[in-house]
Design a protein around this ligand. Structure first.
Ligand SMILES: NC(=O)CC(=O)C(=O)O
Length: 270
């Protein structure tokens, strides 16, 4: 499965962001990709004060455009994430379209990004966003894939749940920052890949030093052995990785840690 990681700039103009995403996906499609993945909040600045303004309801304009593009190009599109409005509530939601343009999955970020690092990044998604309440996997002709959004991937239990449901790759639109990125980005994607013996794919917005929230960028693909297959820098770029899902079963057979788990042991009995 050939997958394009679209690390694109995100500005305070929804139409411009959508055009940017469409044009970059079109360019990537010339490389005969099967799937394109966009970053977290690819059509909205990553700012609590902007999420309502840039939001849309289920079936909104951005979703329609992504569905139409998937159908036109005959590829899967993981439409990063966008602020999804439902009544009084706002979610950070990722929609997935298949080669016919049908929506085949939708994941609402389940772990809200509420952090306050002394001398570093503070962000409180819960000031505007509500949390999703389910883990998400979906089928492709290549196999099952898991889907989560940024902070979600910090939770090994969620990654393990997707792996146990049959996911051979976890797709993760994300946007780490200049505090958490250098410290945790690569180690997190490699850790989840090694622990669950699957591919992990992280796609982030390009870095904009003038933004109130500065994305780390560094979009990344890691194989089930924990090897970094490709990794971007801060600038806008498209990376392409080829996933060979038989590698998951080969590694699971040769190093059978998933089978060897001793679940009854994993609690302290006092
Ligand atoms: N956007 C995020 O959820 C960022 C995140 O998870 C982080 O640790 O940084």
């Amino acid at each position: 499965m050939k997958i394009a990681l679209i690390q694109m700039p995100v500005v305070a103009d929804k139409k411009a962001n959508l055009e940017q995403a469409v044009s970059r996906i079109r360019d990537a499609a010339c490389q005969h990709i099967d799937m394109a993945v966009l970053p977290e909040m690819f059509c909205s600045p990553y700012e609590n004060s902007q999420f309502w303004h840039f939001s849309e309801p289920r079936g909104g304009q951005v979703q329609q455009a992504m569905s139409a593009l998937a159908k036109e190009l005959g590829i899967y599109i993981v439409a990063g994430s966008l602020p999804e409005a439902e009544g009084e509530k706002l979610y950070n939601t990722s929609f997935v379209y298949d080669r016919t343009g049908a929506e085949i999955a939708c994941h609402r970020k389940a772990h809200l990004f509420d952090i306050d690092v002394v001398g570093g990044q503070r962000f409180q998604e819960s000031e505007t966003l509500s949390a999703g309440d389910k883990a998400t996997v979906f089928d492709t002709e290549f196999g099952k894939l898991g889907l989560c959004i940024c902070f979600d991937l910090r939770f090994q239990e969620l990654a393990m749940t997707m792996g146990q449901a049959g996911a051979q790759a976890i797709i993760c639109p994300a946007a780490f920052n200049m505090t958490t990125g250098p410290a945790h980005w690569e180690v997190m994607f490699r850790g989840r890949a090694v622990d669950n013996q699957l591919y992990t794919i992280g796609v982030a917005p390009a870095r904009d030093e003038t933004a109130s929230y500065v994305s780390y960028g560094n979009s990344i693909a890691v194989d089930p052995w924990g090897t970094v297959m490709c990794r971007g820098g801060g600038e806008a770029e498209t990376l392409v990785a080829t996933l060979e899902f038989e590698k998951c079963s080969q590694i699971r057979q040769q190093l059978p840690i998933l089978k060897a788990r001793q679940t009854k042991l994993y609690k302290i009995l006092n």
